[in-house]
Design a protein around this ligand. Structure first.
Ligand code: NAG
Ligand code: CU
Length: 157
């Protein structure tokens, strides 16, 4: 997936990837809607759906439900930590909402078929440790994360 620099999303505008991605894949017109937070699961500490399969050129949209969530790119090996080896997606804390959906949405395009692991970095309440993580394009083969759910997804509390 995309490896653009750490940034904060400030608006609903689609992130322009033209500078970061000279070979930008043609849009497919398919959007995958993921909510950060849940009205039903795990006391709201949940991404839904937490496991998405997307094609190159699809859009991923994160919509934010109540509490104060983020989307931060992580790795299979360290599901509750930002990428150690370089910049990744970091939404910032701009999406807290007491009820309903936050007005701002994080949107980006899928540019490759590598797994995109992510989590909520809200430490007040240990959201990730309690199960708030997910993945786009998990490797279902024998490689990284093959045949397993996102670690950290199965909450203990
Ligand atoms: C959301 O959480 C962050 C980090 O804990 C905090 O800095 C920020 O003030 C919170 N925002 C709201 C509106 O509660
Ligand atoms: Cu959260």
């Amino acid at each position: 997936m995309v490896a653009f620099p750490t940034f904060a999303f400030a608006a609903t505008t689609l992130l322009s990837l033209t500078t970061a991605a000279p070979n930008f894949a043609p849009p497919t017109g398919v959007n995958h809607r993921i909510t950060a937070g849940s009205t039903t699961e795990n006391n709201g500490l949940h991404f839904e759906p937490q496991n998405v399969v997307a094609a190159i050129g699809d859009l991923i949209e994160f919509h934010f439900l109540p509490k104060n969530h983020t989307v931060v790119q992580s790795s299979f090996d360290a599901p509750c930590e930002p990428l150690a080896d370089g910049p990744g997606v970091f939404s910032g804390f701009n999406f807290a909402t007491p009820r309903g959906e936050a007005p701002d949405v994080v949107t980006f395009a899928v540019e490759n078929d590598r797994p995109f692991w992510y989590y909520c970095s809200q430490t007040s309440g240990d959201h990730c440790q309690k199960g708030m993580s997910g993945v786009v394009n998990q490797d279902f083969g024998g490689g990284e994360g093959g045949g397993q759910d996102a670690r950290g997804v199965q909450g203990e509390g």
